[in-house]
Design a protein around this ligand. Structure first.
Ligand code: CTP
Length: 433
């Protein structure tokens, strides 16, 4: 019996996929199709796959040509599959010509002509390039320019600043096409605006950009006023645009997995969440509000929005300058604490303590692919590690591209009501002495 194998992502299943599977089957008696897993695709930098693994498998199954469907989960799996399943022919599309010649020692390798004028990339609408502009009042990038190079379909083209020198410097430093000190003019040529000037000016810039129908990414917090935030979200819905708050934490696979496992009873009932974060280590020394939002966000994701009491205990130095705070957030049956400070030695860490164990993200927990769990009955630490590249901005941009093409206005990584709960807590903290 002649056994054939072929692999693919098979996202947004199309005629090209159907044809290659059909022709692969015709080359033998038994066809195995390998469908890539989500984690493998992310691992190899394919961040934009739309259909779930189950849906992609189902679409392959529906062709009726596959005798067996397997999942491709890691680099190097093809060799072991060929040996394991005793494969005679490996089939791939001509776009891969030469790439799999190294497998010729194990089986015959056939490159079949691709079906013309169709691809998943094309169907995902990635042919369109969205132009991005940055609104700033300093000439540091925060990663959007560098990170956008890893995301297909976006190009950072211009910068706006009220200060002409800053605009000019930024433009030159990051080799953008243009700079501007006229906000209306700047907005007119763009699809997406990234807003990162100081907090007190953000809401006004966001509002204007939304009114002009632009998609907006803003540094967090967008405002300290819950009512203003509500208004901004309402405006985004009215103008059918996306307003995304830049809290990278919610785009990190490790953090999402931690939340998911915690909600799935990994450590039993959660009793305490402890976040320690140093303003000096966080993203190059951010302000108190810009730093503390990450901790509040982590707590909301882990314990929910029903925080019953917030207390803040700021410590100041002899000049009256804030240096340290231990914030507590009470929940029914649980307590969260945020240890935050500047110029004092805070050991960054996120710990979730449950009735059956604890999960820890050591060090820079807001920017990581790693966490570990110590669970009752298990002698050893269980370590979880996920691929994580750059500063995380690329994952946010990728999600934004998907939201735009799906015509969604609300970000499912951080819902409007979560953002609003966050600002309410932030406001309470800021009302301290
Ligand atoms: N394929 C093909 N003809 C096409 C598109 C894909 O023969 N028009 C083949 C590929 O060469 C590959 C298999 O189908 O052997 C699975 O391809 P996959 O990468 O999942 O599909 P693409 O449409 O190429 O996806 P993308 O645009 O994301 O690269």
């Amino acid at each position: 019996m002649k056994k054939v194998i072929t692999y693919g992502t098979f996202d947004l299943f199309h005629q090209g996929h159907y044809n290659i599977i059909k022709r692969a089957k015709e080359l033998g008696d038994y066809l195995i199709v390998g469908v890539t897993s989500e984690s493998y695709d992310i691992e190899r930098g394919k961040l934009n796959v739309r259909d779930s693994l189950l849906k992609r498998i189902e679409n392959v199954r529906k062709t009726g040509f596959a005798d067996e469907i397997i999942i491709e989960e890691y680099q190097g799996q093809k060799v072991s599959d060929i040996i394991k399943y005793n494969i005679d022919i490996l089939v791939v599309g001509s776009d891969w010509r030469g790439k799999f010649d190294y497998l010729k020692n194990y089986c015959e390798v056939r490159y079949l002509e691709r079906t013309k004028n169709i691809s998943s990339t094309q169907l995902r609408g990635e042919g369109t390039i969205y132009s991005v502009g940055v609104v700033t009042d300093d000439s540091n990038d925060s990663g959007i320019v560098v990170e956008s190079k890893f995301v297909s379909g976006v190009h950072v083209e211009s910068v706006f600043s009220q200060d002409q020198t800053v605009a000019e410097e930024f433009c030159e430093k990051y080799e953008l096409d243009s700079y501007s000190t006229d906000y209306e003019k700047f907005l007119s040529s763009l699809d997406i605006v990234y807003i990162k000037p100081e907090l007190k000016n953000r809401a006004a810039y966001i509002e204007k950009a939304i009114e002009k129908g632009k998609y907006v990414i803003s540094d967090s917090p967008m405002t300290l006023e819950p009512e203003t935030l509500k208004g901004l979200f309402a405006k985004a819905v009215e103008h059918k645009v996306v307003l995304v708050e830049k809290i990278m934490l919610v785009y990190l696979r490790a953090f999402n997995q931690l939340v998911w496992l915690t909600h799935g009873d990994l450590v039993g009932k959660v009793v305490s969440v402890k976040c320690a974060i140093s303003q000096d280590d966080f993203d190059g020394g951010k302000t108190f509000n810009e730093t503390v939002v990450y901790a509040i966000c982590a707590i909301i994701k882990l314990l929910g929005m029903k925080c019953t009491e917030v207390t803040s205990n700021p410590v100041k130095d002899e000049n009256g300058k804030f240096i340290y705070d231990m914030i507590t957030m009470k929940y029914p049956g649980a307590l969260a604490t945020i240890e935050i400070g500047s110029t004092v030695d805070i050991e960054n860490e996120l710990v979730v303590i449950g009735s059956k164990g604890r999960v820890t993200i050591p060090n820079d927990w807001w920017n990581t692919g790693y966490f570990e769990a110590k669970v009752e009955g298990r002698e050893f630490l269980k370590r979880y590690s996920f691929n994580f590249e750059g500063n995380g901005f690329r994952y946010l941009l990728q999600e934004l591209m998907i939201m735009i093409s799906d015509k969604r206005t609300e970000c499912t990584r951080l819902f409007y009501e979560e953002s609003q709960a966050l600002v309410q807590i932030l406001k309470k903290i800021n009302q301290r002495g």
